[in-house]
Design a binder for this molecule. Structure first.
Ligand SMILES: [Zn+2]
Length: 444
């Protein structure tokens, strides 16, 4: 039986009303945030960290709104909601936490409204831990509107090449920040370290990210070097502004701030950037920026080599099953990804045997669940034929049911990975899972 007098035991609804480490008239208690390691992976001959070290570990991130057992998947609730989903459905499929987008919430409804609602969690009826990104990615994506990465250096031929044809350039970076035109209404706005911190404090997530400059793999080496230094200067400003806002906003829970490491594919730049970020008083680290898929594990390992072990590490915007394994093995603790939800709405279904599309004509009369043995609500109640019909007729419930399955797939994948680290069988689990998932040449 639960001892209700034990102050360490809170139900989710208690936590949202009385987050850990809050007191009227006092700044949030930083002690309410922390990270504990449960078990580390053993070093191996081919470990990518120094001396064959493997930075992968299981652990627990403590936040004012509850704990996150890691490694963990972080479903993305861009507009303080995941498309087609209720927060309750995310809870039911086992999500521990969620990540919203500071830029989108700044545009609509505005951070003041989220603040007046009592913060992101209360606004969206989400009782667990929350993250916001800094808005930098979205703001700078306006610069070129092309794929996932972008170039701010339009003077160099190399980066000029990747600006999408027919797109108006909507963002410009300078030493102090970024000026951009709103894609919603054309208004000109400004983002900087201080502005991003102000917005993220008002949104009130448990974990925030510092404002960084994104580059693309197309940028020149010299631009990457300048960008890393600029990101460091912005990081210092973020830490200072974060401290000021934490002291000023009394009675609020402590919000942790993660510094973001850039440096593209260059080992020396990544290590240098990681040492810079490690030298500042951040609570954790975000591994971000332009990353070539085949060296994702290396980049995580280089950064973790330079980082204090007890700062949790979030890998920003991971997109595929093999990337998640590489990220976990080399030190990632939390992973956000929009792909499972976005692809679900187009009928792409993740299963242990790879990703396939439920809109295929052959599935019109297939009355099996999306995945045999899957414990999600969709698979335990509905058939492939029904999902095929709903998505063909563009019914919103089709998006909901497909999203429930895909999000459950990734939440469970990370839960299983965590169990494999705790149980000492990570390598066997990784090999078996990847062999099965990619056996049919599946993407994702
Ligand atoms: Zn399912």
């Amino acid at each position: 039986m639960t001892d209700v007098t034990d102050p360490t035991i809170n139900t989710a609804s208690d936590l949202v009303e009385h987050p850990r480490g809050t007191a009227p008239g006092k700044p949030g208690d930083r002690g309410a945030f922390g990270f504990e390691i449960t078990r580390r992976l053993d070093p191996t001959a081919d470990g990518l960290g120094r001396g064959g070290f493997r930075h992968g570990r299981s652990g627990v991130i403590h936040t004012p709104h509850g704990d996150i057992r890691t490694p963990a998947f972080v479903p993305v609730a861009t507009q303080a909601t995941m498309k087609a989903m209720l927060p309750e459905q995310l809870v039911d499929l086992g999500a521990q936490c969620t990540l919203a987008n500071a830029f989108h919430l700044f545009e609509r409804p505005g951070e003041d409204i989220v603040d007046a609602a009592g913060g992101l969690g209360k606004f969206m009826n989400w009782h667990g831990p929350t993250f916001t990104d800094s808005g930098g990615f979205q703001v700078m994506s306006l610069g070129v509107g092309f794929k996932k990465t972008l170039a701010m250096d339009v003077t160099g031929l190399k980066s000029d090449d990747i600006i999408a044809k027919g797109k108006e350039r909507l963002a410009f970076v300078d030493e102090d920040g970024v000026t951009f035109k709103s894609p919603l209404n054309g208004d000109v706005h400004r983002f900087s370290a201080e502005i991003s911190m102000g917005i993220q404090h008002k949104i009130g997530a448990d974990i925030m990210f510092s404002f960084d400059e994104l580059t693309t793999l197309m940028n020149t080496r010299s631009y990457q070097e300048q960008s890393v230094e600029r990101t460091f200067r912005w990081a210092k400003r973020c830490v200072a502004e974060h401290r000021r806002l934490t002291a000023e906003r009394l009675g609020k829970p402590y919000q942790a701030l993660f510094g973001v490491v850039q440096g593209a594919n260059y080992e020396d730049l990544r290590r240098h950037a990681a040492r810079q970020i490690a030298s500042l008083d951040f609570d954790g680290v975000g591994i971000g920026g332009a990353i070539e898929k085949n060296i994702l594990g290396n980049i995580c390992a280089w950064i973790c080599d330079e980082m204090p072990e007890l700062r949790p590490r979030h890998v920003l915007g991971i997109a595929a099953v093999d990337d998640i394994f590489a990220g976990v093995e080399n030190g990632g603790d939390t992973f956000d990804c929009v792909a499972p939800a976005r692809t679900a709405r187009n009928g792409a279904i993740y299963t242990r045997d790879g990703r396939w599309n439920v809109l295929r004509a052959a599935l019109k009369r297939d009355f099996r669940p999306l995945e045999e043995g899957c414990d999600c609500y969709t698979c335990t109640h509905y058939s492939r034929a029904y999902l095929h019909h709903l998505l063909k007729t563009r019914e919103m419930s089709g998006c909901t049911l497909a999203t429930i399955h895909n999000e459950r797939f990734f939440v469970r994948l990370l839960d299983d990975i965590r169990a494999s680290i705790d149980g000492g069988y990570f390598d066997e689990f990784r090999d078996a899972t990847l062999a099965r998932f990619y056996a049919n040449g599946s993407r994702g």
